[in-house]
Design a protein. Sequence first.
Length: 347
Amino acid sequence: MRFTSPSILLLAAIEHAAAIRFLGRVNPETRQLTWPGTGVSFTFTGSSATIELSALTGTNSAQLTIDGVETVLSSVSGTSITTPSNLRHGNHTVELRKRSEASFGTITIGSITTDGIIGPDAVSDRKMQIIGDSITVGYGLDGDYPCVNTAAVENNPKTYGALAASALGADYDIIAWSGIGLIRNFASNQDTGDIMPQRWTRYGALDPLASYTFPEAATPDVVVINLGTNDFGYSEGVRGPIVPAEYTDGMVNFVSKIKSHYPDAAFFLLTSPMLNDGWPSTQDAQKTTQRNALMAAIEQLGNSTTVQLVDIPSQGSDVGCDYHPNAATHAAEAEILAKAVAEEMGW
């Protein structure tokens, strides 16, 4: 009988764990997928692999990609996700990403096993962080208006940020929450929850404030901010129109806060595709007002910060749930963003 030493078993376990890579902002202590687009990635040699789901809350949709072939899991359930039974023996790449946001539910990853050997996963040296609201979440992306948003019709991997990062060969994390704003949240329900400069400090989306530890390996080269759709909303009896100077100050403060952690990052500030100059009134001219407020922020940030405006056109009449951008609009936005990032970064 031959025995394997404990040290060899420990080394194998460490190598196995290191080969499995979390995608996006995932607290390794909890292994909980909360933020949209978070997930896990690994490669293996064999014919079968299983991702254990140690806990599920609420409702979740996810995308399982095996060797580049995408499968939508519109309602994640059970205790595990397994590769298809007809997968041939060989080298395979597996990626699981959460399509839906934390307010619908969470997925906790358990052990990952295979009938073969788990190998090293490829890591890009390009990193992007995309910060935003329901647009960046992918709210209603797979729906056709009129429709009700659910976890099943949210589709974060097909959002402008995820598509742009993928086109540029960059790893990315998405910090997004529906209804959130830069200085104030969605108007009609008087949302008094975290604004983004607060929620951004959470590790998992539901972790305590200021729990994020800013690991060096997750430092982004590029930070994209798409906030303002909810800030610009107003409703009679609830609140009045935004004060543009306050929005400008909020953006300057938020960029400065992020830069204190990522001093070398380049910033890209996006106008909202859901704002236009004709609604709620031509006097508001919300699209132009937001653009001018962002330009004022860029001027205040000065030459010490690499920052530029990315002007996203107002969307057309073909929309997803609750007038949110659909897949075609996201794809068009992704091209605009990817072009701007590529030119600035030399990617």
